[in-house]
Design a binder for this molecule. Sequence first.
Ligand SMILES: [Zn+2]
Ligand SMILES: [Zn+2]
Length: 231
Amino acid sequence: MSNSPNKNCIGCHVTKSSEEFLNEKGDALTKYSKCRNNLKIAYLKNKLQGPIISHMNITEIVYNSLISLNNTNDFYEGENEALSMNFNIEFSTFQDFILEKDGSGLSNKENLDFEIGRCIIASISEGDGYSWVYNDKNKKKTSLLLIYYCNCRIELGKCQAKHPILDKQRDTPAFLDRYNCEGTIKIEIFSELDLIMIKYSHKMLHLQPSHVETSLEIKKFIQDNIYCSPA
Ligand SMILES: [Zn+2]
Ligand SMILES: [Zn+2]
């Protein structure tokens, strides 16, 4: 047991070891660690947009939002239609699910967070029919923010055009149609607060890549590339 003197928390009036009042920098605060966390949770839950759902219902909530739109065709596409939604997932149950499924190689915290992001994106793709690619991350004090872009975003096309030779080596076909859809999914993982916030925004429901794949365009692409391959 520690010999440090006890201190009274001004938030909940519980007496705790003074070590629990220190923040990461070592400054002594007026509320102890768990009390500070509880306040953060209360603050976040107040700010929450959208429902808290089970990770098993991600595909369903995305699909239901999609089919509730009015200006779409039979494939739920529409260039004058947008899809935007927010929902949240409990971190701990999702983490348990992922570790049970495949715990190997996920001992590292960031690997686990990325696997969580990958699973969420896979479920969303199943619901909306679009391809989402990892774009960026932002490590914050209490969270990790993962940002994914719609694979058909115009910006991604511009980026590829700079490297035409590399394009041929990539999975992403160069012929992919590009749209000014600003498709973005933000997944913010607050592991200590047991919460994952998901913000989905797609300003134009253009053709889904899965439909493009079946089009004549892919046949043309393959034909063109037969002549490019080394004999
Ligand atoms: Zn307290
Ligand atoms: Zn898009």
